[in-house]
Design a protein around this ligand. Structure first.
Ligand SMILES: [Zn+2]
Length: 230
């Protein structure tokens, strides 16, 4: 009986420590890296009460028509600007959770640079802020402007990668989202050497295409370089 009690206390403590030590946007310390258990990362979970509370009224507004049960919370790792291993998180549709886990695992293993990967709710789910912060994300509920059609991000079926470096650029009127990304919209090939700019030779592009996503950078007028959707 006493042994059982000890076990219960131990498990409760272990769960608490794990919950506390996991925070997206933070870098893993050397000791954490040394005994890194990869199975703790690259996993999908249902959207917990804690995560849902962060999303409510932001990426998941009261008008949201996408069901919470159709979404998944992903715990991922990525290489930040300095090449350090950083905790990432993402909410996506459960239909693409396995694809994304596979893609981000391969990007991490290949040292592909992704600068930030936290929920857009950290930026009040305001797209311009999310993109200016170069934050990679997926689910953010919205209708296609002027319609009642839910956008691919609103379904959790589209991902934006390093959106400052890979802005959405309208070649007809020069409008760039985010505004701060305009420099990266033009003369992309010369900037490619130093930065993870997505083109058809890029690993990120190749992996998403292998998983049957479409790339916004291939669109004719509006070049949405950051965007992959299914
Ligand atoms: Zn997008």
């Amino acid at each position: 009986m006493k042994r059982l009690l000890h076990l219960i206390i131990y498990l409760a403590l272990a769960i608490t420590v794990q919950a506390q030590s996991w925070k997206a946007g933070t870098v893993l310390s050397d000791s954490e890296l040394k005994d890194l258990k990869i199975e703790q990362f690259f996993v999908e979970e249902e959207v917990s009460e804690d995560v849902f509370a962060r999303m409510s009224g932001k990426s998941f507004p009261s008008s949201c028509t996408t069901k919470r049960a159709s979404l998944r919370y992903l715990k991922l790792l990525h290489r930040n600007k300095e090449g350090k291993t950083q905790r990432g998180e993402m909410v996506c549709n459960k239909a693409i959770a396995t694809d994304l886990i596979d893609i981000f695992k391969q990007l991490y293993a290949s040292n592909y640079r992704i600068e930030r990967m936290v929920l857009p709710d950290e930026y009040d789910a305001v797209d311009e802020k999310v993109m200016t912060a170069n934050n990679t994300s997926c689910f953010n509920f919205r209708f296609v402007s002027g319609t009642r059609r839910v956008s691919k991000h609103g379904l959790g079926m589209a991902v934006d990668i390093n959106p400052l470096y890979n802005p959405c650029y309208n070649t007809r009127n020069g409008k760039c989202e985010p505004k701060a990304g305009k420099d990266y919209a033009t003369s992309r090939s010369t900037k490619k050497a130093a930065l993870p700019l997505i083109d058809k030779q890029d690993l990120c592009y190749k992996l998403f295409i292998q998983h049957s996503f479409r790339w916004g950078g291939a669109w004719r007028t509006k070049k949405d370089y950051q965007h992959f959707e299914k």
